[in-house]
Write a protein that binds this ligand. Structure first.
Ligand code: ADP
Length: 710
């Protein structure tokens, strides 16, 4: 708004004190009374000079002096001048001259002069007072005007520099009369002054601001609004949006009539945006937490069982109704087709419809080649259909009937996420919204894709587990058949070798006898070895099939240990080892004799095999109802990381090139020992030998398993 300049002429800074001094002096008693004396003296002098001319009225000039004294100095000086004039006239101009005595005939004129002069003085005093008051009033008025102008200027400064958008509008058309720089900047520095708002900012009318100003102008009611969105079109064609808290205040003229509107706006865009952002982040965080919770619950469900059809159904139940109103699961069949394995609906009313869909799918095929379920399965990537249209449903269905059943569920949004592992599609998880009114976006797609990834891994794990189980079953079956088949010819072979030995002994003179006996020894040893291997295989098959039976009897472990040790002495001697037995005469207990013999044999065999030709100690002792058997060698030993593994099936800790074997001996040994309620452990330092310790209860415990299995 073009502000009015201050109009009062301001005194120059240098002359102001001089004038003030002068005024102060002129008002001092000295000046006022001095002026009375001087003016009376002047009248006297003039009367002396002009006496001849104005002889008939010697008072005339003194009236002037009295008038001047009274006007200049007020009552006191006026009366002083009256007194002095009376004395001067009486002395100089009335007979007897040069004397203060006066004749009676002039007394009346003196009294008249005194009366008139006093009256003039009184009038002067009055005039002076009136003048003084007028001057005072004038001064006050001027000061008030100056103050008002200064106030306006200050107000304008305030508006200009206010940290708010300030604008003043005049008249019913809301003519812009002031727009402060902040407001100018918000408006993109448009020329708005002097223009009506509707013309200066056309978009203001569209956003209702002109109507608001109309209302405030018409009613005189101020208007307040918080965080109102405002859109301003900038010169470069872009649009700027911000949020303003407004106050619209009517302005009034001197007569108190509304003559315009003042608007004050506070830009709260940053605040609103920060709050919006805060809400968005909070919402995102909440959703991320919910998603993480959902995924972790789903993972727990997926990991809970290897029966993937039922775990997938449970996962579908988790997704409904949190993420979908329907969740259907289709899994790939060996023939490459898709088969529905689960349908979960949020509303029980939909269950019947789901059944109908299922029936139609099996009878008429249901899905067309354009179905997103089939496409997701074939192409291995997800499909998000934010809004399902009847046309889309028709395109996805093979028959009109199928499309109608689908449409009757009033589906809204759809996501098909394939179960893909290492590039192979195992099936499809499909999610549909209907009654909830929810529409899927990329956010849900991401979450459901993650769910499908985890579900796919779980399905694959289950499939792998199933095929591994099947492979193990086939292997055990093969082992069982193979070991029986292998065992069958071994017994007659062994008998034939014995018969051949007897025949050779019957012909002592034969030149081949020595060679034949040597072959028989080697052959018998190999047959025995083969027989032991086959027995091991048979035992493993028995354990796997749960057919390992124990026959408990009273027996002497001391005697058995001595027997087995004695039997192994030749073999030990052959590799350069000695067997040292440290055992009491008799250690009685209830055990399975044959199986225990197998345990001692396995441990001593291993000690000879891996004992590097060093001495082997076989120790037997008893302790608090237990028998403890130790087989110690000083051979190659076992690396710490292999210690626990060697008791498992087919596990070995040596290279096959150096040491033959199937890795079954310790497995069978552990199974037998544990079946008798005992335990076996090994201590070893690589390169320094190994000690196997078997602890057996002297009597089988009640709950000791007698039918162990792997
Ligand atoms: P195998 O001897 O036929 O390999 P075992 O089940 O009897 O099978 O033994 C498993 C593995 O344990 C052996 O391959 C060997 O690595 C290790 N082992 C067993 N006994 C000893 C031992 N006394 N010293 C060193 N290693 C041994």
């Amino acid at each position: 708004m073009p502000t009015r300049e201050l109009s009062a002429p301001a005194p120059s800074p240098a002359s102001a004190p001089r004038l003030a001094r002068l005024r102060r002096f002129s008002e001092s008693p000295l000046a006022r009374y001095g002026m009375a004396v001087l003016s009376t003296l002047a009248a006297l002098l003039l009367q002396q000079l002009l006496g001849k001319l104005i002889h008939p009225t010697p008072f005339i000039l003194f009236f002037g002096a009295v008038m001047l004294s009274g006007w200049w100095g007020g009552g006191g000086p006026g009366l002083l001048s009256v007194g002095l004039s009376l004395l001067a006239v009486d002395y100089y101009f009335l007979p007897p001259f040069h004397s203060f005595k006066f004749q009676e005939d002039v007394g009346a004129s003196l009294i008249l002069f005194a009366a008139i002069a006093t009256a003039i003085t009184r009038l002067n005093v009055k005039l002076r007072q009136t003048n003084a008051e007028r001057t005072e009033l004038l001064l006050r008025e001027r000061q008030a005007r100056l103050d008002a102008e200064a106030e306006r200027a200050r107000l304008r400064e305030l508006f200009i520099h206010a940290p708010a958008h300030v604008a003043l509008f005049h008249g019913p058309d809301h003519i812009y009369t002031l727009s402060n720089p902040l407001n100018d900047e918000a408006l993109g520095h448009r020329q708005v002054l002097g223009k009506p708002l509707r013309e200066a900012i056309p978009e203001a009318a569209d956003q209702g601001f002109v109507a608001l100003l109309d209302r405030v102008y018409a009613t005189g009611e101020p208007f307040h609004a918080q965080e109102m969105p405002v859109k301003i079109s900038l010169q470069d064609g872009t649009e700027r949006e911000f949020f303003i808290s407004f106050v619209y205040q009517p302005t009034r003229n001197a007569r108190g009539q509304i003559d315009g509107v003042a608007t004050f706006g506070f830009d709260v865009t940053d605040l609103v945006r920060a709050r919006t952002e805060h809400r968005r982040v909070e919402e995102e965080l909440r959703r991320a937490e919910a998603n993480a919770r959902f995924l972790s619950e789903a993972s727990a469900v997926l990991a809970s069982s290897l029966d993937y059809e039922s775990t997938l159904s449970n996962v579908a139940r988790l997704a409904v109704p949190m993420l979908a109103d329907w969740c259907v699961i289709d899994l790939a069949q060996p023939d490459g087709t898709l088969q529905r394995v689960a349908t979960v609906c949020a509303s029980p009313e939909d269950s019947e419809r789901a059944l109908q869909v299922q029936q139609l799918r099996t009878t008429t095929g249901g899905l067309s080649s354009q179905s997103p379920i089939l496409l997701a399965f074939q192409q291995g990537h997800s499909f998000l259909i934010p809004i399902l249209t009847p046309e889309f449903l028709r395109e996805s269905s093979q028959t009109e009937e199928f499309a109608q059943v689908l449409a009757s569920a009033r589906p809204l949004s759809f996501i098909a996420a394939p179960l893909v592992v290492r590039g192979r599609s195992l099936g499809v998880l499909s999610f549909v919204t209907s009654r909830s009114g929810r529409r899927y976006t990329e956010v849900e797609l991401e979450l459901l894709e993650e769910l499908a990834r985890r579900a796919a891994l779980s399905v694959e794990n289950a499939l792998l587990y199933r095929s591994a189980q099947e492979a193990i079953r086939l292997r055990d079956e093969f082992l069982s058949i193979a070991s029986h088949e292998l065992k069958t010819p071994l017994t007659p072979l062994s008998l034939k070798l014995q018969m051949l030995g007897r025949e050779a002994r019957r012909q002592p003179e034969s030149p081949f006898r020595k060679a034949v006996e040597d072959y028989i020894t080697v052959g018998s040893r190999q047959v025995k070895k083969l027989s032991e291997l086959v027995s091991d295989l048979l035992d493993v098959a028995r354990i796997a099939g749960g057919r390992l039976r124990l026959e408990f009897e009273e027996m002497d472990l001391g005697v058995l240990t001595r027997e087995v040790t004695g039997r192994h002495e030749p073999e030990a001697a052959r590799v350069g080892s000695t067997l040292v037995l440290e055992a009491p005469e008799s250690v009685l207990g209830t055990w399975d004799r044959l199986r225990l013999e197998q345990v001692i044999t396995n441990l001593v065999d291993n000690a000879i095999k891996y004992g590097a030709g060093k001495p082997i100690r076989i120790q037997l002792e008893t302790d608090m109802g237990h028998s403890i058997l130790r087989v110690k060698d000083e051979g190659i030993g076992i690396a710490p990381e292999n210690l626990s593994r060697i008791f498992e099936r087919f596990e070995r800790a040596v290279s096959e090139r150096h040491y033959g074997g199937l890795g079954l001996g310790l497995y069978i040994t552990r199974t037998i020992v544990e079946a008798m309620g005992g335990r076996i452990q090994v201590d070893s330092t690589p390169g320094q030998g190994a000690t196997f310790t078997v602890v057996l209860p002297r009597k089988p415990r009640e709950e000791a398993p007698s039918n162990p299995s792997a």
